[in-house]
Design a protein. Structure first.
Length: 115
């Protein structure tokens, strides 16, 4: 299993970013996917969930209405569109899959929201 995030960066408050996570090594279209984030000194926090076929999505209250998770099963990629970004959205964002009882993580993408 390999997960590779991209699309992070520095953005001003109120701005937007789109993260991508390219997956390989497993039948992507059969698995639910999740995004998490982590800031130094805090536990990793769940952000968003999307079901295998994309028909079900859930979000943490802190990002609901601002973030959108999506996936393209033809490209084995999951996305996180982040709008109206706030300084408290700063952190390292990770995509995640649970396969055969084990958690798999990418290397993370740094998102910094600052003026």
């Amino acid at each position: 299993v390999q997960l590779v995030e991209s699309g992070g960066g520095l953005v001003q408050p109120g701005g937007s970013l789109r993260l991508s996570c390219a997956a390989s090594g497993f039948p992507f279209s059969s698995y639910n996917m999740r995004w998490y984030r982590q800031v130094p000194g805090k536990e990793r926090e769940w952000v968003a969930f999307i079901s295998a076929a994309g028909g079900s999505r859930n979000y943490a209250e802190s990002v609901k209405g601002r973030f959108t998770i999506s996936r393209d099963n033809t490209k084995n990629t999951v996305y996180l569109q982040m709008n109206s970004l706030k300084p408290e959205d700063t952190g390292v964002y990770y995509c995640n899959v649970v396969r055969r009882g084990s958690d798999y993580w990418g290397q993370g993408a740094q998102v910094t929201v600052s003026s």
